[in-house]
Design a protein around this ligand. Structure first.
Ligand code: NIG
Ligand code: FE
Length: 432
């Protein structure tokens, strides 16, 4: 007999219907497709019906005894949240640098002195597969507790092949073992290792000629990302790396205009990146080019908050027609958090987004940023049964009542994995 979940009678059911083909832009970002007293019927992991409770009740009248009923009365039901930009697999933490920054040190200054990304790289190089897997698995559990059901994960704490490979293999194993779907991105070009400080072109060559072909051949990533930033990879080097990835079937992504304006948004549009991420200092010209090419702007207000910097200009991007998504940027240096709902609150308070826009940004637009728009990110017939139920009566309250984890129930691929805010026994979290 098939496994059936019947989510019933949500105060608000956010469907985001009609958004599977392309990310939502401009005023469409506010069209949540809300159904009051809404219900969802999921069978064998796939959504079979979405509508008013009364409609579904009559449609499935003869089969109610087959279903595990999840009562969503007085609650908010949304598509499972999607985090399209994380550095999931890493070892250790950097609270010492947090303390240094509080006393005035700059993020890039710490990195250039051998800390920052280099510090996490050393820890990650020294960690075993098992240690990285355990840390990553626990992080995914935390994501799940915050209502997130799909997570993108970047490598980039290797700076040499062996460790990059280790990170990508761990991400693959996490995808196999954890209920959360992990989507992999290769980011060999995350920083220039100190032995290549004087010969950065040589490192770029290594990434292009040796690492990218192996990643592609082994099928370890779908995307290829680069930290295009003053003092890290130049726009020209970034272009070469992204175009090389493209030749091997890896879709470009880019860390763009994070610390200084560097024409990263323009480059994203020129190389046809699926997303350009950060964009704190993106130019208006770059934003317009992104809008024209449909490049998703993945905004990371948690990073701006944590680096005590001004946030990206989300309002302007949305008004210009850039499809905007939100993400945690979960990493040990610039955004050590898994709370996408907190990022959504920052989206409102620090970037002027509306409560409805941030929901779109953390679901369907986030799904499009990782090429999953036709599978997840909205509650529509045929899509994966990924659903999050929040203990609030409407979508505005999710943003308004901040710093609290409102996640009540999470359903992943048609299976209840979080109930009453708690993970269902750890063992049953595995995919197989
Ligand atoms: O997205 N900017 C580059 N990469 C990360 C930070 C990584 C780190 O500090 O460990 C980011 O902010
Ligand atoms: Fe990042």
């Amino acid at each position: 007999m098939s496994k059936v979940i019947f989510i019933r009678n949500a105060a608000q059911l956010v469907t985001l219907q009609g958004s599977s083909d392309a990310p939502l832009v401009k005023e469409k970002m506010s069209e949540l497709g809300i159904i009051e007293n809404g219900s969802v019927w999921i069978e064998d992991g796939v959504i079979c019906a979405v509508g008013k409770d009364a409609e579904l009740l009559s449609k499935y009248a003869g089969r109610l005894d087959e279903a595990e009923v999840v009562d969503a009365t007085a609650k908010l039901v949304t598509p499972g949240l999607v985090d399209p930009h994380t550095h999931l697999v890493f070892a250790g933490s950097r609270e010492n640098e947090f303390n240094m920054r509080l006393q005035g040190a700059a993020y890039m200054e710490i990195m250039n002195a051998g800390g920052g990304i280099h510090a996490t790289t050393r820890r990650t190089q020294a960690a075993s597969h098992e240690e990285l897997f355990q840390e990553g698995f626990e992080r995914l559990n935390q994501f799940l507790r915050h209502g997130v059901t799909t997570v993108e994960a970047k490598s980039g704490y290797g700076m040499e092949w062996e460790t990059e490979l280790k990170q990508l293999e761990v991400a693959k194993l996490l995808n196999e073992k954890h209920v959360i779907d992990v989507v992999s991105t290769f980011m060999g070009a995350h920083a220039i290792p100190k032995e290549y400080k004087e010969t950065p072109e040589e490192f770029v060559r290594l990434v292009i000629e040796e690492m990218i072909p192996k990643v592609a051949e082994m099928g370890l990533a779908e995307f290829n990302d680069v930290f295009c930033e003053h003092g890290v990879f130049t726009p020209e080097q970034s272009r070469k790396i992204l175009e090389a990835g493209r030749r091997y079937g890896l879709t470009p992504k880019i860390h763009a205009d994070e610390i200084e304006p560097y024409e990263g948004a323009e480059l994203a549009a020129e190389v046809g990146a699926i997303s350009a991420d950060h964009l704190l200092r993106a130019s208006e010209k770059g934003m317009k080019m992104m809008a024209e090419k449909g490049v998703v702007g993945v905004l990371l207000p948690g990073t701006a908050y944590f680096l005590m910097a001004d946030s990206a200009n989300a309002r302007k991007m949305i008004d210009l027609g850039v499809p905007v998504a939100l993400s945690t940027d979960c990493n040990p240096g610039s955004s050590p958090t898994v709370s996408l709902p907190f990022i959504m609150n920052l989206g409102c308070l620090k970037m002027g987004m509306t409560p409805s826009e941030v929901i779109t940004a953390a679901t369907i637009n986030a799904a499009h940023a990782i090429n999953r728009g036709s599978e997840i990110g909205s509650l529509e017939v045929g899509k994966k049964g990924d659903v999050t139920i929040f203990n609030v009566g409407n979508y505005m309250k999710l943003q308004y009542s901040y710093g609290v984890n409102h996640t009540d129930t999470v359903i992943k691929s048609g299976k209840v994995v979080v109930r009453g805010g708690h993970l269902i026994e750890e063992l049953s979290l595995s995919k197989n």
